[in-house]
Design a protein around this ligand. Structure first.
Ligand SMILES: O=C(O)CCC(=O)C(=O)O
Ligand SMILES: [Fe+2]
Length: 284
């Protein structure tokens, strides 16, 4: 009987009342279990009611509707995560913006090899011009960069498989790795990684894989001073340490995600990063 159990309007209303009243999920599910609901069905019912509520709320307020995003770690969960061929450390976890700092995602050798593979292919970084959908040079971004194609070489393929395992997000939804080099004084001013839905160029970009929903910035060296990744809305910064990485997700293309971030100026030395962007759907 439970497999076909539908959430009535009345039950949905009751669930939302409980959640609004600050009841934790266990207390919302308990009465359903007492009525004979199977646990997983009760959890699914509460989650579905919440999702419908958020979607309604988004539409009513003229906001983009939230979509599922990768969620690589649990609250107070394991400090070491298996990620295909490597164990990765969880160093920090922030709720809003949703940020996770990873330790030891790449080995020292992998960082060095990526830098060497990228070095001869660098050119001044462009930012996507959303008026036209094309690339352009921008003074907000004074780094040099290049893109690998997904699976372009064995190293990229290995790192991509590791990231897919770590994030639980399909490998096919990832863009190819981007490598950036910042010389002394170079920076990437605060920006959002999603594509602005209001801009005319965005439609064409979204046709391939949908929106970006998460970013992973991997540090390929340790600048002597400066070069942190900053999240101005959270007054939070992540130090660039070789082999570590910062992950952040954004469930809708809107500043309410507080996913504004930038690469602070490199004060001394240089900074190399590899960025992986994850899309909603398969990116071919
Ligand atoms: O260099 C950083 O710390 C941030 C890089 C970044 O925001 C990007 O590649 O989109
Ligand atoms: Fe970015």
């Amino acid at each position: 009987m439970q497999a076909t159990q539908q959430v009535s309007d009345e039950l949905e209303h009751w669930i939302l009342e409980q959640v609004r009243g600050g009841q934790p999920p266990e207390s919302v599910i308990a009465p359903l279990l007492r009525q004979g609901w199977e646990e997983q069905l009760a959890i699914d019912a509460v989650e579905a009611a919440m999702r419908r509520h958020l979607e309604r709320h988004a539409r009513d307020s003229g906001l983009p509707v939230p979509v599922p995003v990768p969620a690589p770690v649990e609250w107070n969960g394991a400090a070491l995560l298996p990620a295909a061929d490597r164990e990765v450390q969880v160093l920090a976890h922030l709720v809003h913006p949703h940020v996770v700092v990873f330790g030891g995602l790449l080995s020292v050798e992998e960082c060095d090899a990526l830098v060497e593979l990228a070095r001869s292919r660098l050119s001044r970084s462009a930012t996507v011009n959303l008026e036209t959908g094309g690339d352009e040079m921008h003074r907000d971004r004074t780094s040099q960069g290049m893109f690998f194609r997904r699976g372009e070489n064995a190293l990229c393929a290995r790192i991509e498989a590791r990231i897919a395992a770590l994030t639980g997000w399909p490998l096919e939804n990832g863009e190819g790795l981007q490598v950036l080099r910042y010389g002394q004084g170079a920076e990437y001013r605060p920006h959002y990684d999603y594509f602005d839905p209001e801009k005319p160029g965005t439609r064409g970009i979204l046709a391939r894989g949908g929106q970006r929903v998460a970013s992973l910035v991997m540090y390929l060296n340790t600048p002597r001073r400066g070069g942190a990744t900053t999240f101005p809305d959270a007054h939070f910064e992540v130090a660039a340490v070789k082999g570590n990485a910062v992950f952040f997700s954004y469930d809708r293309p809107h500043p309410m995600t507080r996913s504004l971030h930038g690469g602070a100026p490199v004060a001394e030395g240089e900074k190399w990063v590899a960025t992986k962007w994850l899309r909603e759907r398969r990116y071919d």
